[in-house]
Design a protein around this ligand. Sequence first.
Ligand code: CA2
Length: 149
Amino acid sequence: MTKRILLLHGPNLNLLGTRQPEVYGDTTLADINEAAERHIAPYSLELRTAQSNHEGELVDLLHDAREWADGVVFNPGAYTHTSIALRDAISAIDLPVIEVHISNVHGRESFRHKSMLAGVCLGQIAGFGWRGYLLALDALLRRWELLGD
Ligand code: CA2
C-alpha cells in the first residue's frame, strides 16, 4: 500500500538559497523538494510538497492532509516559536508530523529554543541542514517498517 507524505514548508523558506547562506546553506527549496523525491524513489511512497508564508494557509494544508496523507514532514519556520493555531491543527489531524529545522535552533537566540509544536509532533530534527528533511523521511519510513535498522 502506497504511503503518502506531505512535505510542508513555512514562512520565508521560499527564500532559501538566496540569503543568509551562513545560517541556512545555499540549497534552494526546489533543490530540497527534488532531493526528497529522489530519496523516496526506491519506496512505495508518494510525496506532495507545499510552502506558505501564511499561518492560516498552513493550518488549511494540515487539515487537507488529514484527507489524503499518512504523515507530514514540516518546517514551520518562525511559526514554530509562536503558533498555538498550528499546534492545535497538528493535534487535530492525528497524523505523525515530524518537525524539521535546517539550523540548530537550540544554539541560536533564546526565542528559538521554545517550540510550540514539538510536543505534539512525533519528533524534532534540527541542525543538520537540508539533509534533516531526509532524516525525517527516514523516520517515517522506519515507522512504517519500509526501512530496516
Ligand atoms: O532553521 C530552520 O529551519 C528555521 O525553521 C528557519 C526559520 C527560523 O525562524 C526558525 O527559527 C528556524 C526562518 C526561515 C527563514 O528562511 C530564510 C531563508 C533564506 C533567507 C532568509 C530567510
